[in-house]
Design a protein. Structure first.
Lengths: 606, 313
């Protein structure tokens, strides 16, 4: 029984180990990684060979040797102003630096990791106390304290580095704690917990496996900082005079700078070489851990290329059921739209795969499908709002006859804030929290009118969308208004430019049921008033039945059925549509006017 | 807002208490031979005992601590054992030098970091590489090496600025600038490395948010999205980093002063630390911690003001 649970829960740890092993292999294939590793190894070996290479004790000073030049017999790199062998001192300094780095980084990692694991895993009180303490520690004036506490160390650089390591710990603590909080939420740790593994084993086996990579990277930076600070302290004369170090050598040479500036080169160069190799090794290891992402080639032209292929198909219509209808004029045409995203393994994933759609002037078309069917991706492709890495192609994507795919942001602005408008799903996150409602609504209008005209227009529209005291809301910040009101604000913002096509992405999903009905009413009214074409993206057939003239059913990136709303409701032909239509019987949100009580409550809320 | 300030002041006082008390007991327990340092190696035991009695170092630690706290609460930081100068006067004389360097370094850091961070968020690619390079340089060449290189190139070889010394701002602004620009540049490298990366990250976070998408759908220009909306919302976290930097730079300034032979708090503090001049060491500590608390409070107020949710509540 025990062995069984161990097997099941060991899998993620094994996966982390595997990933790390891959990272080490990638590190060794990276010239930067191999180079910095080789330099670091060479410097370390040089430090160990001190007794063989150097002819003198690093602290032995000879009056005969004062300021000997490079290449003197017995003094290959010359001697300093006290007649000490520069090579011997350099070699001794390597070891002091390495020990400093090891102690500083070691203390920081041990303290930060143990408390980070504890705080992240235990949570609640433990987390609160530990986080508070480390936040406090982070604001300590570390360097001042390291200097002031110098007498406490008795001149030992090792103790000094241990104190400094303590001040470096908060960074590691936060790193580990945040990762553990993330990992803790994942299922496998819960599984291990249920299976009765003791807490300590959960921590070490599972969580440590995940946080090990980032910790190794941070060691490089911590060690470099410790080495830098140790040399700084020694440079200033804080430290045992009998312990040669890069800092002390630099300080001695600095005092001698007018006579023999060349003596500065050796300690500076070797210290830079040592720290540089550690830092670059850390960088290379980080790149190696993140390698799958970085190998994805970013194709900058991907979005522009298809623009050429879409020209010259005016009037092409995939929707055969309406192609003979000459009364209404064509507004939006989407033909064979494909949206793909590059994946971490270098392949591409298609989220929209050949969707075609047509909307006439003043027509309301529903785009329905379950989440993940590609309906929002289709809508965002039309708006040009997909993230940079998305690759969008289509045989045709035109708005009122003009191609709108692959335009530069500047060209696209002719349409957005003009003929094309958008109502988002989640009202609150779609308002900039730092600006008043009014200032963000008029910003897009400022190109075509004065500030005062824009304000008049927006206040009028706020009033029109049913906001009482529109002038006050105009000057309010988003956090001061309710979610339902925020959605009205966004609707006002969308229709302010008198768009020909309004794209609404689940405009009622995030709202209270009672507010939903009001928002749908409002949309219907505005659509009639302005004669807009509307693309209503929704998963709710009730909304479709309520508002739409026509409906397109989307599934797995393809449009499986298009047709008149009534026809589709009466006799859905595709099995998936049948399933969806069947499901609405369970839904309670087929729109009816809200009961009086709810309406009263709403009014009161405003 | 008022309660918020009170709670921050409260934790500030806790910080001041912990750090100064810890430093007091650690340094006093370290048994630095203060009297021996004062009287010289030839002093007799009676002379040493006399000095210890005079300085009050023969009393129990807790009594010494009580006396010191009482003094501090009355604004008296004591006198230097060695120069007998009041610690607060000595600090006040040297502070303008250190703060000149730190403030100039902070200004340089802020300007260059905002430019680099914004460019990196807008263009990525090349600017990202520049930020990476600055970060690597700031690690590979610790302040002392960078400082020495700058002194060697600009002061000794090119003779553009004086290698050592400080000119007060009021005496001659241009000479003041020449005397602090090199140390300020040395300090700002590390600051630019961390702040520009932070600004870049926050901006990219903000640019990925919903409200940017909606503003873009209303025809707001990319320039305004980046410089007005994203930058405004990213400024809170950036300010927090900025405040931590300030404390770090103040500490680093103490090191850099030596290279440029600036008569600032650092040079003063180092001498005190080597001699075991306890009142000066404690004075430096208390000043740094108060500085931390004040800076944090200012940053809290500014971030509160930047965030309408906090400002209006």
């Amino acid at each position: 029984m025990t062995s069984q649970t161990t097997d099941a829960t060991a899998a993620p740890a094994a996966r982390a180990t595997k990933k790390r092993a891959g990272a080490v292999r990638r590190l060794l294939r990276n010239p930067l990684g191999v180079g910095s590793l080789a330099v670091l190894a060479a410097v370390i070996i040089l430090g160990q060979l001190g007794a063989v290479l150097a002819q003198h004790d690093p602290n032995f000073s000879s009056l005969d040797a004062i300021n000997l030049p490079v290449g003197s017999p017995d003094y290959p790199l010359g001697a300093d102003q006290y007649g000490r062998d520069i090579l011997a001192r350099l070699i001794a300094s390597i070891n002091v630096s390495l020990i400093s780095g090891a102690i500083g980084a070691g203390v920081a990692v041990v303290v930060g990791t143990s408390f980070g694991l504890l705080a992240g895993y235990r949570g609640k009180r433990t987390d609160a106390v530990a986080s508070w303490s480390f936040n406090l520690l982070m604001t300590f004036p570390a360097l001042v304290l390291v200097i002031v506490l110098y007498p406490v160390t008795g001149g030992s650089y090792q103790v000094m580095m241990a104190i400094f390591g303590l001040f470096l710990a908060p960074g590691t603590f936060r790193l580990v704690r945040n990762m553990v909080v993330g990992v803790r939420a994942e299922l496998y740790v819960d599984a291990a917990r249920v299976a009765g593994l003791p807490t300590r084993r959960i921590l070490t086996r599972h969580i440590l496996a995940v946080v090990r990579g980032p910790i190794i990277i941070s060691v490089a930076f911590l060690a470099s900082q410790a080495i830098g600070i140790q040399s700084g302290l020694a440079f200033l004369g804080l430290g045992d005079i009998n312990v040669p170090s890069f800092g002390m050598m630099t300080g001695d040479a600095f005092a001698n700078i007018y006579l023999h500036p060349d003596q500065l080169v050796w300690p500076s160069a070797l210290m830079a070489l040592l720290i540089g190799s550690i830092i670059l090794l850390g960088n290379a290891y980080r790149d190696a851990l993140a390698a799958p992402q970085s190998t994805v080639k970013r194709d900058k032209d991907a979005r522009r290329a298809p623009a050429s292929t879409q020209v010259g198909h005016p009037g092409a219509d995939s929707d055969s059921s309406r192609s003979g209808d000459g009364v209404r004029t064509n507004l939006l045409t989407v033909r064979n739209l494909r949206v793909r995203y590059p994946q971490t393994d270098g392949s591409e994933k298609a989220v929209v795969d050949g969707a075609s759609l047509r909307i006439d002037m003043g027509e309301v078309v529903g785009l329905v499908g379950e989440s993940g069917s590609g309906k929002t991706q289709t809508a965002f492709s039309i708006l040009g709002l997909l993230p940079r890495e998305a690759r969008v192609e289509a045989d045709e994507l035109t708005l009122a006859g003009e191609p709108i795919l692959g335009l530069s942001p500047k060209e696209m602005r002719r349409f957005r804030g003009g003929a094309l408008a958008y109502i988002p799903q989640e009202p609150m996150s779609n308002l900039d929290p730092s600006f008043t409602v009014g200032s963000q609504l008029i910003e897009g209008l400022r190109g075509s009118m004065s500030k005062r005209e824009a304000k008049e227009l927006v206040v009028g529209l706020l009033d029109r969308v049913g906001i009482r005291d529109a002038a006050r809301v105009y000057g309010s910040y988003p956090h001061q208004i309710s979610g339902g009101m925020a959605q009205r604000v966004l609707i006002a913002g969308a229709v302010a430019s008198r768009p020909k096509l309004l794209i609404a992405d689940e405009p009622t999903t995030a709202l209270d049921v009672t507010v939903q009905a009001e928002i749908l009413d409002l949309l219907r009214d505005l659509q009639g008033e302005f004669g807009m074409g509307v693309l209503m993206v929704t998963h709710n057939f009730g909304v479709v039945a309520d508002l739409c003239d026509r409906v397109a059913v989307m599934r797995l990136g393809e449009i499986v059925e298009t047709g008149d709303v009534r026809t589709i409701f009466r006799e859905p032909s595709h099995p998936y549509t049948q399933e969806l239509v069947g499901a609405i019987l369970d839904e309670e949100t087929l729109r009816t006017d809200p009961p009086p009580v709810a309406r009263e409550r709403l009014e009161g809320n405003r | 807002m008022f309660r918020f300030i009170l709670s921050r002041l409260g934790s500030g006082l806790v910080l001041i208490f912990i750090v100064t008390t810890g430093t007091f007991f650690l340094t006093h327990a370290a048994s630095v031979p203060v009297a021996l340092n004062l009287a010289g190696p030839a002093a007799t035991q009676e002379q040493i005992d006399g000095i210890n009695a005079q300085l009050g170092l023969d009393r129990p630690l807790i009594t010494q601590y009580a006396t010191w706290v009482q003094g501090v609460l009355h604004g008296d930081l004591g006198r230097s054992y060695f120069s007998t100068e009041p610690v607060s006067d000595a600090m006040a004389n040297r502070l303008p030098v250190t703060m000149s360097v730190v403030v100039l370094a902070m200004i340089i850091t802020l300007i260059i970091s905002v430019i680099l961070g914004v460019l990196a968020a807008a263009r990525r690619g090349v600017v990202d590489t520049i930020i990476q390079a600055i970060s690597t340089i700031s690690f590979v060449f610790p302040a002392i090496i960078l400082g020495i290189v700058l002194v060697f190139v600009f002061a000794i070889t090119l003779n553009w600025v004086p290698a050592v010394g400080f000119t007060p701002f009021l005496e001659s602004p241009s000479e003041w600038f020449a005397s602090v620009i090199l140390p300020a540049v040395v300090l700002s490298i590390g600051g630019i490395a961390s702040l520009s990366a932070q600004i870049r990250g926050s901006l990219l976070d903000e640019l990925g948010k919903d409200y940017i998408k909606t503003l873009r759908s209303r025809g707001v220009s990319e320039r305004s999205l980046l410089l007005r909306h994203a930058l405004r919302n990213a400024s809170g976290p950036a300010f927090t980093t900025f405040s931590l930097l300030f404390i770090g730079l103040f500490g680093a300034a103490l090191f850099v002063e030596k290279i440029f032979a600036l008569p600032g708090v650092g040079t003063f503090g180092f001498t005190a630390t080597i001699q075991g001049d306890l009142p000066v060491m404690l004075g430096l500590t208390i000043f740094s911690v108060v500085l931390v608390v004040v800076v944090n409070l200012i940053v809290d107020l500014v971030s509160g003001w930047l965030n309408p949710k906090v400002r209006l509540s």
